[in-house]
Design a protein around this ligand. Structure first.
Ligand SMILES: [Zn+2]
Ligand SMILES: [Zn+2]
Length: 165
């Protein structure tokens, strides 16, 4: 999504709304591809005192696999992003600034980067997901663990040793 902001740059107090969709289905996070639906991006670029302020709002429904219980679930994801569009950097470490090239900005690239940075490194179906029992493999969110009851008293000591490992 390339946008030429030449007119905005030279018109004080002007603003422009943008809306586009991004396809991020090939993005891999921890072995799965959660962004299987298009990401809708809505944004506004505003010229305030000669400075172009850009705010973006990206949203989609993620299709995830829980890291703990391995169940599929969907979750709404929204990302807010703000940056300034400028022809040159004022200082070296100003990472809010996106440089224009021939008065053009690649908003798709800006939104894509912002979205990726906001993806959680851990994917859980709920913050208190209990996961799978390492012994019997049941999903502890739905079922009770069966392995503890099945332990032979003679093996209990061994089981305890293993647990303490
Ligand atoms: Zn889970
Ligand atoms: Zn178990």
């Amino acid at each position: 999504m390339l946008l030429n902001v030449n007119k905005l740059l030279h018109t004080p107090d002007s603003q422009q709304e943008v809306r586009f969709e991004m396809d991020l289905h090939d993005l891999e996070f921890g072995g799965s591809y959660p962004v299987s639906q298009p990401v809708t991006v809505e944004g506004r670029i505003r010229n305030k005192a000669g400075v172009l302020h850009c705010s973006l709002h990206a949203s989609t429904t993620l299709h995830c696999v829980c890291d703990r219980c391995m169940e599929l679930f969907t979750t709404e994801k929204t990302v807010e992003h703000y940056c300034v569009l400028a022809q040159e950097r004022q200082s070296e470490d100003d990472d809010e600034i996106v440089l224009l090239e021939n008065d053009t900005v690649d908003l798709g690239e800006v939104a894509r980067t912002a979205f990726i940075l906001e993806m959680d490194t851990k994917t859980l179906c709920s913050p208190d997901c209990m996961g799978l029992c390492p012994g019997c493999g049941v999903n502890l969110n739905h079922e009770e663990c069966r392995c503890k009851k099945a332990v032979d008293p003679r093996l209990a000591k061994l089981a305890q040793l293993l647990e303490n490992k």
